[in-house]
Design a protein around this ligand. Structure first.
Ligand code: DGY
Length: 322
């Protein structure tokens, strides 16, 4: 790489990140924030040392094979990695860096928000007010599910799952979890471990998905597994839409098997989210904003650029995944 790394930045970042990119790098910034097609990314990558992309610019094995020789690093502004073929990057000798840790707190804030919003029927309440339909107060109006003191099953006890458990304990929730491997006594912090998700589901009146999207987890919440949940369960997803079988969840939301869902991530996002999710009153939705908080977003950009500096200096990069 030359002294000032040439970086292609596919989307508009927060101002402090763009300022740093302009001051310290030979950066090509996005002017209009459009989602670049794979072909566009490959063409614009010509002569670049590094790419700074988002989940909106997936690079599969074919795309990575077609990247110009100059590209030595891909930085993704995400903790999720399912949009990148890591094996292909490794085969090409391209380093991949991501943004672990810094997204944890804001993502958990959204998970709590979704859990509370779904359980306490906020979609219906807000809709009623905005439609000027609130004309009385009655003890029977918008009675939801109690969160305080309830039991929360967490699928995936990585950084986000463990932090969700910690925040939920603030609501006196009892924590059950399933994870690929059991946590240490300290990290468990009193949570009960279930050896399979099938065992966890019946014990989860609140069920939060915080596992990464992998070939093993994709589509795991299907009709058979939803049937294992207690009747009237609340389902929350801040991971990726493809962990859920939409047909199955929509059926369960219609039947009341699942009382409500809080969803931040969707199959087909952003433009092909299932219409039923938008129409059902018992769905509380946010548009993939888990990490969309100022400090975290700036920290994500900084983490990638700090990682790039270390990479260029041939030093170990803590956030390098390949
Ligand atoms: C992440 O960090 O993976 C968020 O979903 C943003 O892409």
């Amino acid at each position: 790489m030359t002294d000032k790394a040439k970086i292609l930045v596919t989307r508009r970042l927060l101002q402090p990140n763009e300022d740093r990119l302009q001051a310290e790098y030979d950066a090509t910034l996005s002017s209009d924030d459009h989602i670049m097609s794979t072909d566009e990314v490959i063409a614009a990558a010509d002569g670049m040392d590094a790419l700074l992309i988002c989940v909106t610019e997936p690079l599969n094995a074919d795309a990575i094979a077609r990247l110009p020789e100059s590209v030595r690093a891909i930085m993704t502004l995400s903790v999720g990695l399912e949009h990148l073929d890591l094996d292909a990057a490794k085969a090409r000798g391209i380093a991949v860096m991501s943004t672990p840790d810094v997204v944890t707190d804001p993502t958990v804030e959204i998970a709590m928000c979704l859990m509370l919003g779904a359980a306490r029927r906020v979609t219906e309440g807000a809709g009623m007010m905005r439609a000027h339909e609130w004309d009385t107060w009655t003890p029977r109006m918008l009675v939801g599910t109690d969160v305080t003191g309830a039991t929360l099953g967490i699928y995936g006890m990585g950084r986000i799952g463990r932090t969700l458990a910690k925040r939920a304990r603030g609501f006196d929730m009892t924590i059950h979890y399933h994870n690929r491997s059991r946590l240490s006594f300290d990290l468990e912090a009193g949570a009960s471990y279930y050896t399979s998700v099938e065992a966890l589901l019946p014990a989860s009146p609140f069920f939060a998905i915080t596992a990464p999207s992998t070939p093993e987890t994709q589509g795991f919440l299907n009709a058979e597994r939803i049937a294992l949940l207690p009747d009237g369960a609340i389902v929350v997803n801040t991971s990726r839409g493809n962990l859920i079988d939409d047909d199955a969840l929509i059926d369960a939301l219609k039947s009341g098997k699942v009382a409500a869902a809080g969803l931040d991530v969707f199959n087909g996002e952003p433009s092909n989210v299932r219409q039923e999710y938008l129409d059902l009153p018992n769905v509380f939705l946010t548009p993939h904003i888990g990490s969309a908080a100022t400090k975290a977003r700036v920290a994500m950009g900084d983490m990638l650029l700090d990682g790039l500096e270390l990479f260029r200096a041939d030093e170990p990069v803590p956030n390098r995944v390949v």
